[in-house]
Design a protein around this ligand. Sequence first.
Ligand code: NDP
Length: 315
Amino acid sequence: MVCLAIKAGGRAVFPEWKALFAEFMPQLDVRDWYDPHLDLAAVQYALVWEPDPGRLAQMPNLKAVLSVAVGVDHITADPAWPRHVPIIRMGGEETATQMADYVQWAVFSLLREAPRWHVAQQERKWARRGTPPTRLSTQTCVGVMGLGSLGAHVAQRLVQAGFQVSGWARHEKRIDGVTCHAGQEGLPAFLRACDILVCLLPETAETRGIITYDVLAQLKKPSGFINVGRGALMVEADLLRALQDNTLHGAVLDVFPTEPLPETSPLWQQPGVLITPHVASEASRAARARYSVSIIQALEQGQDVPLLYDPDRGY
Ligand code: NDP
């Protein structure tokens, strides 16, 4: 019998995970990571969020680590994570659809001044400008940084919503309706075309701190910025400076260098900014269990699986 150990969401939710896996793969032996009688040698798969440092390395027959999230930084933060064991990132329809829903909401919010309306509502002010909106979706170019499992889906959704869409990745891409740019040499032309920039990159040694004042200053005016990748991708002081001197006209931020965002952060009060608490894509446990089962079944049958983390690339 194939054995899966789970540490995801605390002990209280283990019964829910167990019931879901029983529904999707009844023959799976599902164990609680915290069970004091857990036989570490029996564990073949581990579905984890922030595994206790050193524990994965104590599982000699581990075939794969399944990340309960799309990012894997919570696993690789363990200095002893077993590098010979593949890490598979969370994926699936629900994860991608939620991200596309969020980004679409954020893009329309910036297009139609939602941050200003939000403040006006708190102050009970009827905040008509007197002039109709100057920009239409069809006249607005949204640039998506990162065209991976989520970014490509987001770009396609924005095309369907009527925007002009461009994208940027490390390698050349072909996505219907999307003008694709690649590498450092493609970055200036990509940025110059964007009215609204969406950051959906993973955090790696190359991408950390990539969103600087200089990057934001290259966007078309009035410009908007959406960060749903990771907080460490942006230089927070540069972002604030760009917002304060009107280089950047609005931002929707879901991720921050320090989470939860400290109460003292000036971003909370910065005009033009909407803040959400790292919720852009949060697939249900049922969707994550179903996706994990598809991965375990593929691996058991010797098939290739998608969303394999590559330690050399860092994503
Ligand atoms: P993928 O690994 O599938 O895709 C990453 C993309 O980024 C690829 O297109 C890759 O290029 C590109 N990329 C990586 N490094 C560089 C670089 N140095 N220069 C240019 N492009 C680069 O990731 P996903 O789409 O699955 O997820 C992206 C990120 O979204 C996750 O890492 C996570 O941080 C974040 N996330 C946030 C959530 C939230 O709720 N806020 C939820 C889920 C994920 P190429 O294709 O050429 O390799």
